[in-house]
Design a protein around this ligand. Structure first.
Ligand SMILES: Nc1ncnc2c1ncn2[C@@H]1O[C@H](COP(=O)(O)OP(=O)(O)OP(=O)(O)O)[C@@H](O)[C@H]1O
Ligand SMILES: [Mg+2]
Length: 200
């Protein structure tokens, strides 16, 4: 990829710290990872509503939405999935710089790709939330009918069926949607944010 050598970073006078003061809260990316149908989008939507009600500034980045625009030239090969996550990581970083809690909900099946996003961020700015649910549960929910298509061979390389999912080893938060209700999952995450001083 051609890259210009003549690019120089230009600093702002308004920093991330200024924005934190203005907003009265810190900023970080809350990175949801898990199988399709595990509940990443559902939980992130409810969490965002809860944070909004508490006066917290947020922005939600979600798989299908991003693939409609920014990443519409990418598919689901391992390379494209990697580039998908890399771009989302960079966008998440910009949003965190802008003082927002960024709720990113992508399957993001590869540990290495998620860890690269973690590396982009400063310490404490990457909160990995493992949305855990068995393939059997996700398949029985099948909210988009994708498992059915994958089983029928209409979708190749579907995570959990014929492509791997690498669960996080040390996530900041795990929610088990086989066991926990939606409300309990949201509460688990809000408690974590409060316990770690992200929110007042
Ligand atoms: N305890 C639970 N927590 C979250 N979602 C649940 C729970 N129980 C049932 N569901 C249902 O499971 C489905 C989860 O779908 P959702 O679209 O949120 O998954 P996703 O992880 O975003 O999948 P994808 O990667 O395909 O976008 C929804 O239909 C939701 O209503
Ligand atoms: Mg989703």
């Amino acid at each position: 990829m051609a890259q210009s050598k003549n690019i120089v970073w230009h600093d702002s006078k308004v920093t991330k710290e200024h924005r934190h003061e203005l907003n009265n809260h810190k900023s970080a990316v809350i990175w949801f990872t898990g199988l399709s149908g595990s509940g990443k989008s559902t939980i992130s939507v409810e969490l965002e509503k809860e944070l909004y009600n508490q006066g917290v500034r947020t922005y939600r980045l979600d798989g299908d939405n991003i693939r409609h625009g920014l990443n519409k030239n990418l598919g689901f090969s391992p390379e494209d999935r990697k580039e998908n996550i890399r771009r989302i990581g960079e966008v998440s970083k910009l949003m965190v710089e802008a003082g927002l809690f960024t709720l990113s909900a992508f399957i993001s099946p590869y540990r290495e790709d998620r860890n690269e996003v973690r590396e982009l961020m400063e310490d404490g700015e990457f909160i990995e939330v493992f949305v855990d649910a068995s393939v059997a549960t996700c398949e029985s929910r099948d909210p988009k009918g994708l498992y059915k298509k994958a089983r029928a061979g209409e979708i190749k390389g579907f995570t959990g069926i014929d492509a791997p999912y690498e669960a996080p080893i040390n996530p900041e938060v795990t929610v088990d949607t086989d066991q926990q209700s939606l409300e309990e999952s949201v509460e688990t995450i809000v408690k974590y944010l409060k316990a770690k001083g992200y929110l007042a």
